[in-house]
Design a protein around this ligand. Sequence first.
Ligand SMILES: Cc1ncc(COP(=O)(O)O)c(C=O)c1O
Length: 353
Amino acid sequence: MFALSAQFRDPINLSIGQPDFPVPESIKADLCKSINENRNAYTPTEGILPLRQKLAGIIDQQFGPNPLRRALVTSGTSGALTLALLAIVNPGDEVIYFDPYFVMYPAIVELAGGVSVPINTYPNFQPNIERLKAAITPRTKMIILNSPSNPTGICCGENEMRLLAELTAEKGICLVSDEIYSRFNYDSPHLSPATWNPNTIVIDGFSKSYAMTGLRIGFVHGPAEIIDVMAELQQFTFVNAPSPVQWSAIGALDLDMHAEVDRYRHQRNALIDGLQKHYEIETPGGAFYAFPKLPNGHSGETFLQRAIEHEMLVIPGTVFSQCDSHFRISYAVDDRTLERGIEVLSKIAKCST
Ligand SMILES: Cc1ncc(COP(=O)(O)O)c(C=O)c1O
């Protein structure tokens, strides 16, 4: 997509999975300061103490103090996800996740030798607890939840989340909650299944919250005995998250990002207003994605071809799903790009009916 958009004169790029605002100035200043003060060496694999202490304070505030819960700073959220899978999943173990899913999940399950068990959540993209119960077998080791979701932007409902958390606690199945979009909730406060299942492994990061995708830092917290194994694996793989980035992350946690979130809420509203008369589309409550149904007669491939004719880029749903029925839009773009995108998408839908 990056290569394709480089060929266009004035692309309408709705394919990018990262914020369109720059890294906040104070983070950049702290990063430069850390480099210039020679904080560029290895750090403890768990992360520098001041950052871990700060994270521990935030985690205690959210979930209440729990001496059995520990935090680990990782090389991006991807690093935390990879370590969690490698630490917990043995060859042949089944890992359930919800379809549509983040692209990395099938790959890391395979990397760990596990067996992917995707559960269809169409058409409303909420985990269906009966479908989930039916998919659980004696080999089910882990369930991965991602709320708000990439690619749908849907936030898991409180009832579904509580039932999922209670079910995993009751059955002793490891619940991994990918909460990388925790700061991007537009209609209600962020919810975590760790509220109902204290053994949940919560994965979060700085990539989306502070537009730090290239700086590679994330964190995970969960039961100490699992986090300790993940730390040991990190010691022999990623070693540590980049040192100056860790120092800059401390101040990041104090930043108020409400203006950016408010702007994305506004973009979300504009997108839904513009598209809902032409597309079947669930209103996303978070992240910065929407996942509309393809117009009549289109596959992901033919739709992408039509989009490319208009110098527009979106991502076909098959990248995130076993179904070829939807496509992903990222609305983390400027107003003009969004307006042009809505116009082109409306035109394509009208031509298909
Ligand atoms: C749901 C989800 N999890 C994890 C990641 C990976 O993020 P990071 O850049 O922190 O590795 C992404 C990035 O797009 C994502 O959408």
